[in-house]
Design a protein. Sequence first.
Length: 370
Amino acid sequence: MNRDALVSLFCELVQIDSLSKHEAAFASVIEDKLADLGLDITDDGAALRIVGDCGNLICRIPATADGFPAIMINTHLDTVGDDTGIQPVVENDEIHSAGDTILGADAKAGIVIILSALQALDDQELPHGELVVVFTVAEEIGLIGAQHLDYEMLEPLPQMAYVLDGSVTPGQMVTQAPYSDKISFEVRGKAAHAGVEPEAGINAIKIAAQAISEMKLGRLDDESTANIGTIQGGSATNIVPEVTTFKGEARSHQEEKLIRQTRHMCQKVEEAAAQAGAQANITTERSYNGFALGLDEEVVRRGIAAAEQVGLKPNLHKGGGGSDANIFNEHGIPSVIIATGAHKPHTPDELLCIPSMLKCCEWLLAIVTT
Ligand code: CA
């Protein structure tokens, strides 16, 4: 793999903005790159379903030899948050952003790895099975592209998938990920003049504060977490606040524990509201289901064998977050996340380790050709 070409491709891609649901301009650049390799790409039409400007891109590459499984390779087109105008700076073996923005290595390092592996397959005429390359949209705002992917277009379903959306060390595979719920709370009390007749009011902020202070939050055990992440309420200091809304989430690698934690958070709000004569309106929603893949799964064994083949130490990891792999697993495609060489994603300190990215290219190539 040519280091300079990969670095220059990466720098080109991170300079094209691709915010969630606004990936169209960036997607057309990726389509051109694939067309240069003689590949056709299909948009699955998810833009309409998610109200974005671009659907998920699907590219089917026929097998060139027998005896290989059909493998899906995926990463996402969007970058996290609302940072635009990203300027990459190459310094020795690292790339970081020039300003106070993210770098966008999450997941553009993954895109570079995929494109370079496809280029190598073509240049070296390497034998491989059917490949289904899927670039999803709107991953960073809740795996929305993967949830609205037209799975019929993937039929017959690939036997396994590798999602290039991991950070850190080459050789690391996320084979387990948590279940997650999101919860929206509304406490409805009663407004009153805070100075004239506070007795007539029911303070929604106070109820929320009491409920939240009684919740088990943070790291609950070695496989479960919970958080209250946003809160709004009240309109003026001289009005007893009528309404407070707040949102939270819970995650666990064990579904029963997640269900218990979600119920606990809801109960604390219901109890505090009832005690004060207020009303609690709560909606809970499953964000994604977890997965746990072991050595009995071909996707795991193949990942390990390919890592060893290119001199990497395979390392199976229990992830703490959700990714498109959660959704693909739900749809019956055994999927793991593999590393890309990106560090500190979702922060202005994000950086890409160039030698790690190169190693991940070799790894991906070994996965599809071994
Ligand atoms: Ca990501």
